[in-house]
Design a protein around this ligand. Structure first.
Ligand SMILES: [Cu+2]
Length: 485
């Protein structure tokens, strides 16, 4: 009789193993379904991703095996990716990358030893489902109780449209939509003359869509709303806090195509982790959060209490989302749904982030250069001048340490994500840094960012831009190990 069988006769949701780790008695169940969500007084059909406690997503303890059964209760194929975990090949939840989609009515069981703690998330990695809110938090805690008695709050951000995302993509490919000025911008970058008066701002929603700022092009999709935990600022989530309380916000940018600023307003905070990886505390009240990135922010409610809006402001857009942190009895006033359009995200803070954990002390074996290209007529994006759908960008051998130097040759920023691994940001432009360890880094227009990763997880792994419409238009490559997993 093995230990598993021995324990299987016992009852209870979780059992303590020899090492004090909790063992799931049976897989945790995640159900993908459809739900109705009211946005600005109008009903929309979106996805739901519901965990065993009836809430979105999962909240697990580090050391637990990742034993999860995903059930597809919709009438479309789907697949769920664990963004922030580094599972063995075949359990990453990416269609065409070691796994088939989960058909309607079917389930798929994931089972692997998870070594990653932090603020992560899960989302569909099939087609454009992520735009229809098929995403949820994935929180892996290092301790069962929050450290320092902090109150924790998870915020999942979305950009929301009532339109069918397939129509949006078709429009972009057809040369229309908010991206239509982009071909002109592209022409300018190739030295052609350009007349700014023709940008057509008058037809753009929320006042700033598709405009150029700081030499780049922002927001090629026009959204109807921005959501924080599914709510707009018209009816925001109000988080009850104690006067003087220590709060830890775990913020996840689950937007399909919107880079955002986290704006603490009158409060000061410190960023303590990016993409679930600790950094030396970084003070501020405004933090960049690119698509798919996560930020853990520690802040303190003033001793006198009050109501404090925390805003999530997409770059170049006047509309925003937010939550309110409010102590008992605080007067709650309405926060305007629109404000000044913030500037594009940049890497001025990224330059200053310092990882707490370090990579093993060993040299880089090889540097791979990647050109991020495209964005001209036809909305074709890609690498090294070629649109890709999971084609291999370069191969690696297990045990190698690889540097990837990404040059963005386009007019838009690209939040670049490598699956199955973490990387360390080691240079911005030609400035070497001892930067953060993370799994998504923003590469702004005409900028160069270098990251380093250890090839320690054999398989074939997606390496792509996390802007949903870019990745579905060719900016979706892969890295492959020369020895099969
Ligand atoms: Cu992109």
């Amino acid at each position: 009789m093995n230990r598993r069988e021995l324990l299987s006769g016992l009852s209870g949701a979780a059992l303590l193993g020899w090492s004090g780790q909790a063992l799931a008695e049976e897989p945790r169940r995640l159900v993908v379904s459809r739900r109705s969500l009211e946005v600005n007084g109008r009903a929309a059909s979106v996805y739901a991703l519901t965990g065993p406690d009836g809430k979105p997503g999962l909240d697990l303890l580090l050391g637990e095996r990742f034993q999860v059964r995903v059930k597809n209760d919709t009438d479309s194929d789907t697949i769920i990716h664990w963004h922030g975990l580094t599972p063995p090949y075949g359990q990453d939840g990416v269609a065409m990358m070691g796994q088939d989609p989960i058909a309607p009515g079917q389930s798929f069981d994931y089972d692997f030893a998870n070594t990653r703690s932090g603020t992560h998330w899960m989302h569909s990695h099939l087609g454009l489902q992520e735009q229809q809110l098929l995403a949820a938090p994935l929180i892996i805690r290092e301790t069962a109780e929050p450290l320092f008695g902090e109150q924790e709050h998870v915020v999942l951000l979305h950009d929301f449209t009532f339109r069918d995302p397939r129509d949006i993509l078709a429009e972009l490919i057809g040369g229309g939509g908010a991206h239509s000025g982009h071909a002109m911008q592209h022409g300018m970058m190739n030295g052609a003359a350009m007349d700014h008066s023709g940008m057509g701002h008058g037809t753009m929603g929320h006042g700033a869509m598709g405009q150029m700022m700081g030499g780049g092009m922002l927001n090629d999709v026009v959204y109807d709303a921005f959501l924080a935990n599914d709510r707009t600022l018209d009816d925001p989530e109000i988080v009850k806090v104690e006067k003087g309380a220590a709060i830890r916000l775990r913020v996840i940018n689950g937007a399909a195509a919107s880079n955002m600023w986290i704006d603490l307003g009158g409060l000061e905070g410190e960023l303590i982790a990016v993409d679930g990886n600790a950094i030396l505390p970084f003070q501020g009240s405004l933090f960049p959060l690119a698509i798919a990135q996560r930020a853990d922010i520690r802040l303190k409610i003033p001793a006198g209490g009050g109501a404090f809006p925390v805003l999530f402001r997409p770059e170049g857009v006047t509309a925003r989302a937010g939550i309110l942190l409010a102590s008992a009895g605080a007067a709650i006033s309405k926060v305007a749904e629109e404000g000044e359009a913030p500037p594009p995200l940049d890497l001025s803070q990224e330059l200053l982030y310092r990882a707490v954990a370090q990579l093993r002390n060993e040299p880089v074996h090889r540097t791979e250069m990647l050109m991020l290209t495209g964005g001209g007529p036809g909305y074709s994006w890609g690498f090294n001048g070629k649109p890709m759908t999971h084609e291999t960008l370069f191969t690696v051998r297990e045990g190698e340490r690889i540097a990837v130097m990404m040059h963005n040759m386009t007019a838009m920023a690209h939040p670049m994500h490598l699956h199955g691994h973490y990387f360390k940001v080691t240079a911005i432009g030609n400035r070497a840094i001892d930067g953060a360890i993370r799994d998504v880094v923003l590469v702004p227009p005409m900028e160069t960012v270098t990251v380093v990763f250890d090839a320690d997880n054999p398989g074939t792994w997606a390496f792509h831009c996390h802007h949903l419409y870019h990745m579905n238009s060719g900016m979706m490559g892969a890295i492959a190990y020369t020895s099969p997993a």
